[in-house]
Design a protein around this ligand. Structure first.
Ligand code: A3P
Length: 303
């Protein structure tokens, strides 16, 4: 029997990655039932790598002709990005749901935290596009710790593990959808082998050069920006609409909740690069840096 809830101390390893019981049930159901379409776009991350931001940007980018100047009718102004771009396993197959796709139009946009190895066969065998966004492990860990131990309440968080205990687990690869490094490498390797299929992005690059990254994203998704869109403010408008400041201050994201009762505001904390140094000791930082260097050695990927 599998108990309900996101129980921190009952993580299960499946295909080399760690899942809560509830999450694993959803992963299995999704693997069994999800049917990819050739035009699907999957936005993939490890938890707390900028999923909410990526979902907003891709939604805005793909729907930009429908909502000129991000007018008042823009769905991002009244809906949380996780509603507009649901997770396949955590949204459409969670808690025994079977995936209702009736409201989707093509190209369908989905999010997922599934590691590459665990993607449904229908995704692996289809030409649908995958966008992978990763974030440096130090900030990802700090964000994850806040999310699961501080921000989330009523049983959806992981409990009240100390920063030190969570850190120890994270460094040993035991975290939601972890080991972090294996998750990242799975998609990194795929992006090198199939660059038309997998686009690999970094949160830090998005913060530093948002325009460059979004232009790259648009080209990859075959919706490149016309020169006039770059000059007449369409690109700037998308970046502004999807910025941390804007999204986190929208009424829907300040007061809205997921169907499960969790507040949308838990997805917005600081949204900055380098916050880890405010929470981790120099020793912890050195340890994570060393592990990251070891794990990524020889793959041509650096944080
Ligand atoms: P911090 O906890 O470091 O602030 P995810 O969306 O994958 O759950 O990741 C959440 C992290 O992304 C949080 O990081 C959150 O603040 C940050 N974030 C959310 N929206 C963002 C945005 N529009 N721009 C940049 N960062 C954002």
């Amino acid at each position: 029997p599998i108990e309900k809830g996101w129980v921190a101390n009952h993580l299960h390893q499946y295909q080399g990655f760690w899942h809560t019981t509830r999450q694993l049930q959803a992963v299995l159901a999704c693997r069994r039932h999800f049917q990819a379409e050739d035009s699907d776009i999957l936005l993939v991350t490890t938890p707390k790598s900028g999923t909410t931001w990526l979902k907003a940007i891709v939604f805005a980018l793909m729907n930009r002709d429908q909502y000129p100047n991000n007018n008042d009718l823009h769905p991002l102004l009244s809906e949380n990005p996780h509603v507009l771009v649901p997770f396949i396993e955590l949204g459409l197959y969670i808690d025994g749901q079977v995936g209702d796709f009736t409201t989707f139009t093509s190209p369908r946009l989905f999010g997922t935290h599934l590691p590459f190895v665990s993607l449904p066969d229908s995704v692996k065998n289809s030409p649908c596009k995958l966008v992978y966004l990763c974030r440096n492990p130090k900030d990802t860990f700090v964000s994850l710790w806040h999310f699961t131990n501080k921000l989330r309440t009523n049983g959806i968080g992981m409990g009240t593990n100390s920063l030190e205990a969570s850190f120890d687990k994270f460094t040993r690869g035991v975290s939601l959808y972890g080991p972090f490094w294996d998750h990242v490498l799975g998609y990194w390797k795929e992006s090198l082998e199939n660059p038309d299929r997998v686009l690999f992005l970094k949160y830090e690059d998005m913060k530093e050069q948002p325009k460059v990254q979004v232009l790259k994203l648009a080209k990859f998704l075959e919706r490149p920006f016309l020169l006039e869109e770059e000059t007449n403010g369409v690109l700037d408008g998308i970046l502004k609409l999807c910025s941390f400041e804007n999204l986190s201050n929208l009424e829907v994201n300040k007061t809205g909740k997921l169907a499960s009762g969790e507040n949308y505001k838990t997805f917005f904390r600081r949204g900055e690069v380098g916050d880890a140094k405010n929470h981790l000791t120099p020793q912890m930082i050195a340890k994570l840096d060393r592990i990251t260097q070891e794990k990524l050695h020889g793959y041509g990927l650096k944080f």
